[in-house]
Design a protein around this ligand. Structure first.
Ligand code: SF4
Length: 302
């Protein structure tokens, strides 16, 4: 009998998360895929996640429910331009956020997730090496600001997190008289991050909410994709948790690519009657990308 493992990212809809064997952030899903002996892995997320799962578990057939579930960090990055940029810094270590295509990772020395990026870049700097960072400009700007680095940055953004807006936040804050907190993902713009009480990965934000022990009537604003609010509200139904506003002032920010993982599409992928099989990566691309991915996994497993 075919063993099917379904992995879902926190940003998918609640109904899809309920169909999954495991719900997590990018690092969690990658590590879980690595250890799996499933014949088929259905990756309810976006394409770079399915590519990563395939590269670290080549024996499994990996299926992405919808071919169009890409990511703005991928579509804003022209690989030929990235190659030229990387070659213009021959003495630097190239660190690439895991939210990047397999071809992108193949041009990197390390990959990182939002959970381990601080530690890995600190580790590389501690060895006296210089770093270039791609593709997320906002996350790179945050790291440069927070730690005083001067890393050259590639310029792409997450179209979801980039919409969070300081002015809309200030306007909302002025209307809230209760104690208020802002917690934010580092893909958000630097002015929003500077205002945050906590900055962390998707899993880190969830952990912060689960462990919140402040006043009970506080308003907690969350600057990240709306899918994780489902998990936060499940974990702490006693708290007033709201998504942070975007530039139009609405609290309505969600990733269109993650939402392509409909219940129907995931079911078809599970039955192997739909979705796209990740079988198009060249061996050379996978081999080079794996060097960067495995450095991160080895570091995170220490
Ligand atoms: S939320 Fe942003 S980084 Fe994540 S998949 Fe969507 S566009 Fe990409």
């Amino acid at each position: 009998m075919t063993k099917v493992l379904t992995l879902a990212h926190y940003y998918t809809i609640p109904e899809v998360q309920q169909m999954a064997d495991r719900v997590g952030d990018s690092l969690d899903l990658a590590l879980f895929a690595k250890e799996s002996d499933a014949d088929v892995i259905v990756l309810a997320g976006v394409r770079f996640m399915a590519e990563t799962a395939k590269m670290i578990n080549p024996k499994s057939k990996v299926i992405l429910p919808d071919l169009s579930s890409t990511c703005s960090l991928v579509t804003m990055t022209d690989i030929n331009e990235l190659k030229k940029w990387r070659e213009s810094y021959p003495d630097y270590v190239h660190v690439a956020y895991i939210n990047s295509s397999a071809e992108h990772k193949a041009l990197a020395d390390w990959t990182v997730t939002s959970r381990n990026v601080d530690d890995i870049i600190s580790h590389i700097h501690s060895q006296g090496k210089k770093v270039i960072y791609s593709p997320d400009r906002n996350m790179g700007a945050y790291l440069n600001f927070q730690y005083g680095y001067d890393m050259p940055l590639w310029s792409a953004v997450c179209e979801v997190h980039d919409k969070f807006n300081k002015q809309a936040l200030d306007e909302l804050f002025a209307t809230i008289t209760n104690q208020k907190y802002l917690i934010a993902h580092p893909e958000s713009p630097l002015p929003v991050l500077k205002q945050s009480d906590y900055i962390g990965s998707t899993a880190g934000l969830l952990h912060w909410v689960k462990n919140y022990s402040g006043v009970s009537d506080a308003v907690i604003l969350v600057a990240t994709e709306d899918g994780i609010l489902y998990n936060m509200k499940n974990a702490r139904p006693d708290l007033d948790i709201r998504q942070a506003p975007i530039y139009t002032g609405c609290k309505c920010n969600s990733c269109p690519y993650m939402k392509l993982n409909t219940v129907e599409a995931v079911k078809k992928a599970q039955n192997q009657t739909g979705g796209v099989v990740i079988d198009y990566l060249s061996q050379d691309t996978m081999d080079r990308a794996l060097v960067a991915i495995n450095r991160m996994i080895d570091f995170s497993s220490r």
